[in-house]
Design a protein around this ligand. Structure first.
Ligand code: SME
Length: 159
Protein backbone atom coordinates (compact mmCIF):
# COMPACT_ATOMS: atom_id res chain seq x y z
CA UNK A 1 0.00 0.00 0.00
CA UNK A 2 1.30 3.44 -0.92
CA UNK A 3 1.09 5.83 2.03
CA UNK A 4 1.23 9.04 0.06
CA UNK A 5 -1.15 10.37 -2.54
CA UNK A 6 0.37 11.54 -5.80
CA UNK A 7 -0.55 13.91 -8.62
CA UNK A 8 -3.32 15.83 -6.90
CA UNK A 9 -3.18 18.72 -9.36
CA UNK A 10 -5.12 19.86 -12.41
CA UNK A 11 -8.82 20.41 -12.86
CA UNK A 12 -11.27 19.09 -10.31
CA UNK A 13 -12.18 16.29 -12.68
CA UNK A 14 -8.51 15.39 -13.17
CA UNK A 15 -7.93 15.32 -9.43
CA UNK A 16 -10.89 12.97 -8.93
CA UNK A 17 -9.67 10.76 -11.78
CA UNK A 18 -6.26 10.51 -10.15
CA UNK A 19 -7.55 10.21 -6.61
CA UNK A 20 -10.22 7.53 -6.85
CA UNK A 21 -7.93 4.73 -8.10
CA UNK A 22 -5.49 5.71 -5.37
CA UNK A 23 -8.22 5.40 -2.75
CA UNK A 24 -9.12 1.97 -4.11
CA UNK A 25 -5.46 0.93 -3.92
CA UNK A 26 -5.09 2.43 -0.45
CA UNK A 27 -8.00 0.39 0.83
CA UNK A 28 -7.08 -2.72 -1.09
CA UNK A 29 -8.59 -5.72 0.66
CA UNK A 30 -8.76 -4.07 4.07
CA UNK A 31 -12.09 -5.01 5.65
CA UNK A 32 -12.17 -2.64 8.62
CA UNK A 33 -14.88 -0.08 7.90
CA UNK A 34 -13.66 2.54 10.39
CA UNK A 35 -10.11 2.40 9.06
CA UNK A 36 -11.35 2.69 5.50
CA UNK A 37 -13.72 5.59 6.21
CA UNK A 38 -10.92 7.37 8.08
CA UNK A 39 -8.57 7.05 5.12
CA UNK A 40 -11.22 8.05 2.57
CA UNK A 41 -12.01 11.17 4.62
CA UNK A 42 -8.32 12.02 4.90
CA UNK A 43 -7.69 11.46 1.19
CA UNK A 44 -10.61 13.70 0.16
CA UNK A 45 -9.48 16.36 2.64
CA UNK A 46 -5.92 16.22 1.33
CA UNK A 47 -7.01 16.36 -2.31
CA UNK A 48 -9.58 19.15 -2.05
CA UNK A 49 -9.08 20.74 1.37
CA UNK A 50 -12.81 20.48 2.00
CA UNK A 51 -14.02 22.30 5.11
CA UNK A 52 -15.57 19.11 6.46
CA UNK A 53 -15.70 15.63 4.98
CA UNK A 54 -16.83 12.47 6.66
CA UNK A 55 -19.31 9.71 7.23
CA UNK A 56 -22.50 9.13 9.16
CA UNK A 57 -23.67 5.53 9.59
CA UNK A 58 -27.19 4.23 10.21
CA UNK A 59 -27.35 2.71 13.70
CA UNK A 60 -30.64 1.93 15.48
CA UNK A 61 -32.58 4.05 12.98
CA UNK A 62 -30.40 7.14 13.41
CA UNK A 63 -27.39 8.49 11.57
CA UNK A 64 -24.40 8.41 13.91
CA UNK A 65 -21.20 10.32 13.27
CA UNK A 66 -18.35 8.24 11.88
CA UNK A 67 -14.80 9.01 10.80
CA UNK A 68 -14.33 12.52 9.45
CA UNK A 69 -11.87 15.33 8.84
CA UNK A 70 -12.70 18.86 9.94
CA UNK A 71 -14.27 20.66 12.88
CA UNK A 72 -16.35 18.79 15.46
CA UNK A 73 -19.81 17.88 14.23
CA UNK A 74 -23.24 16.87 15.50
CA UNK A 75 -23.25 13.25 16.64
CA UNK A 76 -26.73 12.04 15.71
CA UNK A 77 -29.16 12.94 12.92
CA UNK A 78 -32.73 11.67 12.65
CA UNK A 79 -34.17 10.22 9.47
CA UNK A 80 -35.57 13.00 7.30
CA UNK A 81 -33.75 15.73 9.23
CA UNK A 82 -31.18 18.04 7.69
CA UNK A 83 -29.44 17.36 4.42
CA UNK A 84 -28.01 14.05 5.64
CA UNK A 85 -31.29 12.74 7.01
CA UNK A 86 -33.09 13.77 3.82
CA UNK A 87 -30.53 11.99 1.62
CA UNK A 88 -31.07 8.93 3.80
CA UNK A 89 -34.88 9.14 3.66
CA UNK A 90 -34.95 9.56 -0.12
CA UNK A 91 -31.95 7.31 -0.84
CA UNK A 92 -30.72 10.06 -3.13
CA UNK A 93 -27.73 12.35 -3.31
CA UNK A 94 -28.36 16.03 -2.54
CA UNK A 95 -26.32 19.00 -3.71
CA UNK A 96 -27.05 22.14 -1.68
CA UNK A 97 -25.73 25.38 -3.20
CA UNK A 98 -26.70 27.48 -0.17
CA UNK A 99 -27.30 25.69 3.10
CA UNK A 100 -29.33 28.61 4.47
CA UNK A 101 -31.86 28.00 1.69
CA UNK A 102 -32.29 24.29 2.58
CA UNK A 103 -35.24 23.84 4.95
CA UNK A 104 -34.11 22.09 8.11
CA UNK A 105 -30.40 22.24 7.34
CA UNK A 106 -28.45 21.26 10.46
CA UNK A 107 -25.71 23.82 11.00
CA UNK A 108 -22.87 22.01 12.75
CA UNK A 109 -20.74 25.04 11.87
CA UNK A 110 -21.91 28.49 10.82
CA UNK A 111 -18.91 28.56 8.46
CA UNK A 112 -20.39 25.86 6.23
CA UNK A 113 -22.09 27.43 3.20
CA UNK A 114 -22.71 24.60 0.75
CA UNK A 115 -22.89 20.85 1.00
CA UNK A 116 -23.14 17.57 -0.86
CA UNK A 117 -24.44 14.37 0.68
CA UNK A 118 -24.24 10.96 -1.01
CA UNK A 119 -26.06 7.94 0.43
CA UNK A 120 -24.17 4.70 0.96
CA UNK A 121 -26.50 2.03 -0.39
CA UNK A 122 -25.85 -1.65 0.20
CA UNK A 123 -28.30 -4.32 -0.96
CA UNK A 124 -30.83 -1.55 -1.71
CA UNK A 125 -30.67 -0.20 1.85
CA UNK A 126 -29.10 3.09 2.92
CA UNK A 127 -26.45 2.18 5.49
CA UNK A 128 -24.89 5.63 5.86
CA UNK A 129 -23.97 8.81 4.03
CA UNK A 130 -20.86 10.63 2.90
CA UNK A 131 -21.18 14.32 3.77
CA UNK A 132 -18.94 17.06 2.40
CA UNK A 133 -19.20 20.71 3.45
CA UNK A 134 -17.61 23.81 1.96
CA UNK A 135 -17.16 27.27 3.42
CA UNK A 136 -17.92 28.61 -0.08
CA UNK A 137 -21.37 29.03 -1.58
CA UNK A 138 -22.26 26.83 -4.57
CA UNK A 139 -19.06 24.81 -4.28
CA UNK A 140 -20.31 21.43 -5.49
CA UNK A 141 -21.35 20.58 -9.03
CA UNK A 142 -22.02 17.67 -11.36
CA UNK A 143 -18.35 16.68 -11.32
CA UNK A 144 -18.38 16.24 -7.54
CA UNK A 145 -21.71 14.44 -7.73
CA UNK A 146 -20.53 11.97 -10.36
CA UNK A 147 -17.19 11.12 -8.82
CA UNK A 148 -18.36 11.01 -5.21
CA UNK A 149 -21.31 8.84 -6.26
CA UNK A 150 -18.92 6.44 -7.98
CA UNK A 151 -16.76 6.36 -4.87
CA UNK A 152 -19.73 5.70 -2.61
CA UNK A 153 -21.15 2.98 -4.86
CA UNK A 154 -17.81 1.21 -4.83
CA UNK A 155 -17.29 1.69 -1.08
CA UNK A 156 -20.82 0.76 0.01
CA UNK A 157 -20.27 -2.80 -1.09
CA UNK A 158 -17.36 -3.03 1.36
CA UNK A 159 -19.43 -1.98 4.37
N1 SME B 1 -25.30 19.87 7.66
C1 SME B 1 -25.64 18.49 7.85
C2 SME B 1 -25.25 18.01 9.22
C3 SME B 1 -23.90 17.38 9.28
S1 SME B 1 -22.66 18.48 9.29
O1 SME B 1 -22.70 19.35 8.12
C4 SME B 1 -21.17 17.75 9.41
C5 SME B 1 -27.14 18.28 7.63
O2 SME B 1 -27.88 19.24 7.48
O3 SME B 1 -27.55 17.13 7.62
Amino acid sequence: MSETLSQLTGTKSEIYQSLLPQIEALIGDEQDAVANMANISAALKEAFNFFWVGFYLVKNDELVLGPFQGPIACTRIQKGKGVCGTAWLNAEAIVVADVDAFPGHIACSSLSKSEIVIPLIKNNVVVGVLDVDSEHLNHFDQTDLEHLTNLCQWFSEKL
